[in-house]
Design a protein around this ligand. Structure first.
Ligand code: PLP
Length: 397
């Protein structure tokens, strides 16, 4: 009996599927009817180590016995250790912890404004973001998100954001240096349809912002933590941003977000300027550290790259032979498959085959395997895609 709750006390802001997931292990989840699904959503790019990864489980369990929370009024060694490791593994020097992606971006937006003031340019109060971006659902991050469907019903929007076209070289010069404190950018747009940024465009954007002392902040909430095959996506563009934001994959499903920044910018967050009650508490930081230790390993990341190549090549081969698949794009295990019909139809057909995937916009199927998935699971996934594609072909829908 599938469990649909007839009357729910929950607000209706989510369109939930009639599936109740009770258990997860590795790449699989089980529902309340005992059905087993291959989870290639990874809880929306969050469970990058698969469900209930042993190492993280063990470390959080130990921490559960000792201390859950103590507030940021005191020293927190687990938070120190996670910050140290994040900065050791990146071009950044300092970290602020919070609980979600939106909160990490809020922190980045505040940091850009404060940095402009501290560097004698108080008239720079705006942040530039790009078409089809997704930066969150809070007041400021919703306004930062350049998608009208996200804004609908919530005007007036928080002021201070300019939206420019993504991947369009000629618009870079439109960034108003007189009033822009920073840019916030996804290197592979996740929610907005899985669109990687062009390397040349990013380089031009980078050069423009650097010479104007505009902060370059990369939203790595979805692309970070190994999702694109490197620990951070920015590594693949050969440049060093001033700041990045992390969340989704950082805690393997335990809520934690982070803003990482270089000293020059980070120093603007002096005592009392920003904060979060739960941010980086001992439990969350422990989950983050255990996760990072496992992902930040060359062999692990090389495996991800190899497996991703295998999947992308197989999907591209299917695309060449099936008119329902238009394009395969993405990096690492953040893959978008553009289809000619509704992406939602693919999600449904795959679910019937006990495989979970997502959409990104109307026509892109978003495929987010756990980074720990293996060739056998990938093989069965490819087989299922092939069957669904053949089915559409046969019915001509
Ligand atoms: C998910 C996401 C966010 C928002 O994160 P929340 O934890 O839901 O607030 C922001 N930016 C990007 C790129 C995301 O994928």
């Amino acid at each position: 009996m599938p469990s649909t709750v007839a009357v729910s006390a929950l607000m209706k802001n989510y369109q939930r599927l009639p599936i109740t997931i009770l258990k997860g292990k590795g790449s699989y989840v089980w529902d309340d009817c005992g059905n087993k699904y291959l989870d290639y959503t990874s809880g929306i790019a969050t469970c990058n180590l698969g469900h209930v990864p042993e190492n993280v489980h063990e470390k959080i369990s130990q921490q559960l016995r000792d201390l859950w929370h103590c507030s940021n009024l005191y020293q927190i060694p687990q938070q120190e250790a996670l910050a140290q490791k994040l900065t050791d593994l990146s071009c950044f020097d300092q970290v602020f912890f919070c609980n979600s992606g939106a909160e990490a971006n809020e922190a980045a937006i505040k940091l850009a404004k404060k940095y402009a003031k501290d560097s004698g340019k108080p008239e720079r109060t705006e942040v530039v973001t790009f078409s089809n971006s997704f930066h969150g659902r809070t007041g400021s991050t919703m306004a930062a998100t350049a998608q009208t469907k996200i804004h609908k019903g919530f005007t007036p929007l928080t002021p201070g954001f300019t939206h420019l076209p993504y991947n369009e070289p000629e618009t870079i010069k439109k960034i108003d240096t007189a009033k822009t404190a920073g840019i916030l950018l996804e290197l592979v747009q996740g929610e907005g349809g899985v669109h990687p940024a062009d390397t040349e465009w990013v380089k031009a954007l980078y050069d423009y912002c650097k010479q104007a002392d505009i902060l370059i902040m990369v939203d790595e909430i979805q692309t970070g933590m190994g999702r694109t095959g490197s620990l951070f996506a920015y590594e693949q563009y050969g440049l060093e941003p001033d700041a990045v934001t992390l969340a989704k994959g950082l805690g393997s499903g335990f809520p934690i977000g982070a803003l990482l920044a270089k000293t020059e910018a980070a120093d603007s967050f002096s005592a009392g300027t920003h904060g979060s009650t739960f941010g980086g508490n001992p439990l969350a930081a422990t989950a983050g550290l255990a996760t990072l230790e496992q992902i930040a390993d060359n062999k692990f990341l090389n495996d991800v790259k190899e497996k991703s190549l295998f999947l992308i090549e197989a999907l591209t081969a299917l695309q060449e032979n099936n008119r329902f698949i238009k394009e395969v794009r993405g990096k690492g295990f953040l893959i978008g498959m553009e289809v000619v019909n509704q992406a939602g139809n693919w999600v449904e057909k795959l679910r019937e085959k006990q495989i979970l995937v997502l959409t990104a916009g109307e026509n892109a199927v978003r495929i987010l395997p756990p980074l720990t998935t293996d060739i056998k699971e990938l093989g069965s996934f490819i087989q299922a895609i092939q069957e669904v594609a053949a089915d559409f072909e046969k019915k001509g829908e």
